[in-house]
Ligand binder design. Structure first.
Ligand SMILES: Nc1ncnc2c1ncn2[C@@H]1O[C@H](COP(=O)(O)OP(=O)(O)OP(=O)(O)O)[C@@H](O)[C@H]1O
Length: 299
């Protein structure tokens, strides 16, 4: 498969702290690649290296056909208050980037179309939902023609509806031959749209092509428990899909657990005073994905 970017023997350190050690990998063109790993494992560092925002200590980053590619970088943080309408903001950002007025106008219309935001073009961003603000950040990154879109934690804080819309958006971008690299903790999103998983663990990277095969059953469980209960020791063993405060002092936690782990996890949560709100097998297509994700993540 053709690659859009290749890392060869890349090492990245901060002072004496080794984050990536002699990493070699290739990012396939026109595919969606997800980088997963624990907090602090180096996901954002890898994204910044790929985006050219940071330089490796040793090793090389090579582009398709030896030519620089057009990269759009979507940071994790979305601006909290933007005192403009959507079109005003995009026009403003495009002008700052020196884009020609006529070209920019056409580009903004194309983006409004792709992102299904035409009806919101003259609404103020400050009144947008989190998912809409997320779209604005991506549109901003795509004001110039883009070959590769890099997104740091694009799903953080999105509700299920916004996540589904985001999945659809990723598929649209893929259809338009835009390669995407994102960091992600949301297994549901990964299962449906991601083509390649890169797992970072202790400075090393392993990769897996995601195949949607039949596999063994996993369970989706939702627990309700007190906010004060710590579940940090469980976080290494299960994928916490969602954690949400539902009332003062109470939270819901949704997770996906393989069958062998289910009894043990349920017991551990009940011992912490949790109650089970929902427990159901998830479909087989998702199962194989989670299996891969867990296997890689546990390394
Ligand atoms: N500019 C920097 N200077 C010094 N240390 C840094 C710098 N940027 C990142 N680090 C350190 O490098 C390590 C990896 O950070 P990075 O942000 O890449 O992790 P991450 O996997 O994206 O984490 P998270 O999931 O929490 O966002 C962390 O220990 C972090 O403190």
């Amino acid at each position: 498969m053709e690659s859009i970017i290749e890392l060869q023997n890349v090492t990245k350190k901060f002072k004496n702290k080794l984050i990536l050690e002699t990493v070699s990998l290739s990012i396939p063109a026109n595919q969606i690649t997800a980088i997963v790993g624990k907090n602090g494992s180096g996901k954002s560092t890898l994204l910044k290296l790929i985006a050219g925002l940071s330089k490796p200590n040793t090793g090389e980053i090579l582009f398709q056909n030896g030519k620089p590619i057009r990269i759009g970088y979507v940071p994790e943080v979305t601006p909290a208050v933007i005192p403009f309408t959507l079109v005003e903001y995009l026009t403003h950002m495009g002008t700052i980037h020196g884009l020609h007025k006529e070209w920019l106008w056409q580009r903004i219309n194309t983006l409004l179309e792709i992102f299904h935001m035409k009806e919101d073009r003259n609404n103020r961003i400050v009144h947008f939902s989190k998912g809409m603000k997320q779209k604005v950040t991506i549109m901003q990154a795509m004001l110039e023609e883009t070959d590769l879109l890099i997104m740091d934690e694009p799903l953080s804080g999105l509700d299920p509806k916004a996540q589904t819309e985001f999945e659809e958006l990723l598929m649209t971008l893929k259809e338009r031959n835009i390669s995407v690299i994102l960091t992600c903790h949301e297994a549901k999103l990964l299962e449906k749209v991601v083509d390649q998983l890169l797992v970072i663990h202790e400075g090393q990277i392993s990769h897996t092509s995601v195949q949607h095969e039949q596999g063994e059953i996993m369970n989706r469980i939702v627990f309700e428990l007190s906010n004060t209960i710590s579940i940090s020791t469980l976080k290494d063993r299960v994928i916490i899909d969602k954690e949400e405060e539902i009332s003062p002092g109470r939270k819901l936690i949704e997770l996906n657990v393989n069958e062998e782990q289910t009894n043990m996890i349920v017991k551990e949560f009940l011992n912490r005073g949790a109650s089970i709100k929902f427990l159901s097998p998830i479909n087989k297509k998702e199962t194989i994905f989670f299996k891969q994700f867990l296997k890689e993540g546990e390394r």
